[in-house]
Design a binder for this molecule. Structure first.
Ligand SMILES: Nc1ncnc2c1ncn2[C@@H]1O[C@H](COP(=O)(O)OP(=O)(O)OP(=O)(O)O)[C@@H](O)[C@H]1O
Ligand SMILES: [Mg+2]
Length: 294
């Protein structure tokens, strides 16, 4: 199969594997963003997330323009691109931080309009933001159970079940084997890597459909990175869709099933991971390779 062949969503209900149908060059099956009419609506029932011609402009800043991508259940979908390419803006449109200027987000084929990240979380979409979005003045366990506090009832009285939340927080974090001073420590006092572990644990524990991770291992050491990668694979094996933003090509090539490439707020193209190489991705990211439909 030619490396030039873009991702093409299969219509037979299965995820595309080696047998991606070859898109016609002029049939517009490539999810190019330069020509919005060319985006084909993915019709596989395994598509969990479909970003349909989404733009987000901040005044004169066109952070992303006309982006169409999709992600399958039980797969890891990577988004790559240089600094400022629009990756974080895109995932913030998906997770309810931003309202798209144009376009729509579909989950399981249905349009969704999240008013806030909390809204998205209620539908099983969890996000690890690049800036982590933790509450510095709360403890680790309070962050892990933020807006999901467990309550104990005695007749008409309700109490926070702190003991259970602390115990479960310790369990959530133990999976990552990150050294954490105490579950009661304020997040403000944690190192960058420890904070990252808290944010990842929270997302992995509560996400039930889609987990989005924006540079999840950027601040982590070798051992911690390996644990996080195991966790990502476990989420995939549990049937969730995982959206992974990473500058680490090695990680993207090892973990992902498909890759979307962004440049300067536009989508350059998409590839099934087995059909591409680090070299090709670099060429797409830097613009050394001609866009698919320019
Ligand atoms: N809230 C905002 N207001 C104005 N401009 C913004 C805002 N958020 C992002 N941008 C701009 O949008 C563009 C894309 O930014 P974004 O953070 O999405 O890039 P990125 O691909 O995540 O980059 P990086 O790899 O460095 O994290 C940048 O030019 C950025 O300055
Ligand atoms: Mg970013």
């Amino acid at each position: 199969m030619s490396l030039d062949e873009p991702i093409h969503p299969s219509g037979d209900g299965s995820n595309p594997s080696n047998s991606i149908s070859s898109p016609s060059r002029n049939g517009g099956l490539s999810p190019s963003t330069r020509n919005s009419s060319s985006a084909t609506i993915p019709n596989s029932s395994n598509v969990l997330l479909h970003v349909d011609r989404v733009s987000k402009w901040f005044g004169n800043v066109h952070a992303i323009t006309d982006i169409t991508i999709w992600a399958y259940k039980g797969e890891i979908t990577a988004i790559v691109g240089d600094n400022g390419a629009g990756k974080s803006t895109l995932i913030k449109c998906i997770s309810g931080v931003h309202t798209p200027t144009a376009g729509q987000i579909l989950i399981d084929g249905k349009p969704v309009h999240f008013a806030s990240p909390e809204d998205a979380r209620r539908t099983g979409i969890e996000t690890v933001y690049q800036n982590l979005a933790l509450c510095n003045d709360l403890s680790i366990w309070q962050n892990l159970f933020l807006n999901r506090e467990l309550v104990k009832r005695f007749g008409p009285l309700a109490f926070l079940d702190q003991r259970t939340m602390r115990r479960r927080s310790a369990e959530m974090l133990s999976r990552l084997e990150v050294n954490i001073p105490s579950i009661n420590a304020r997040v403000r006092r944690l190192s960058g890597g420890q904070r990252q572990a808290v944010a990842i644990s929270r997302a992995a524990s509560w996400g039930s459909h889609l987990v989005i991770m924006d540079e999840p291992t950027a601040a982590l050491g070798v051992r911690e990175t390996a644990r996080v990668e195991e966790l990502i694979l476990r989420l995939r094996d549990d049937g969730l869709a995982v959206l992974l933003i990473s500058h680490n090509f090695d990680q993207v090539m090892r973990l992902s099933n498909q890759i979307w490439v962004m440049r300067s707020g536009h989508l350059v193209g998409g590839r099934r991971t087995e059909n591409t190489s680090g070299k090709e991705l670099v060429a797409m990211i830097t613009g050394a390779q001609q866009e698919e439909q320019s």
